[in-house]
Design a protein around this ligand. Structure first.
Ligand SMILES: Cc1cc2nc3c(=O)[nH]c(=O)nc-3n(C[C@H](O)[C@H](O)[C@H](O)COP(=O)(O)OP(=O)(O)OC[C@H]3O[C@@H](n4cnc5c(N)ncnc54)[C@H](O)[C@@H]3O)c2cc1C
Length: 85
């Protein structure tokens, strides 16, 4: 049976998530089309994985500048596994 929609959002990266959320809040019936993963580039390949890799070296460097702390070792293998489960 055919369905009718007010809008079709192509791509569910951050842009698509925002626009579809706004349309749904406005009471519209929305269809979304995503060819890979909902969340898009930011969640899976860009913002979050890159910040995951940057945070541990940053925290290690900060500890070197704080009196009375020992410098933690960096488990690079574990870090890459954590980034890409
Ligand atoms: C290394 C890196 C780090 C970044 N860090 C940050 C950060 O810290 N902060 C920040 O704000 N931004 C960051 N960005 C930028 C951020 O990732 C992008 O601005 C954001 O993902 C763009 O969102 P978008 O929805 O426009 O596109 P995308 O995230 O690319 O989403 C588009 C979606 O459309 C889908 N799609 C494409 N064509 C079709 C089709 N024909 N049919 C169905 N689906 C389709 C794709 O599969 C994808 O899921 C970073 C980018 C990179 C590369």
């Amino acid at each position: 049976m055919a369905q009718r929609f007010d809008a079709i959002v192509l791509g569910m990266g951050p842009g698509g998530e925002v626009v579809s959320g706004k349309l749904i809040k406005a009471g519209k019936k929305v269809a979304v089309v995503e060819k890979e993963l909902i969340g898009g580039e930011c969640a899976y390949w860009a913002c979050i994985p890159s910040k995951t890799l940057l945070r541990s070296p940053e925290a290690r460097e900060e500890s070197r500048r704080a009196f009375g702390t020992s410098t933690p070792t960096l488990d690079l293998e574990g870090l890459f596994k954590y980034r890409t489960p």
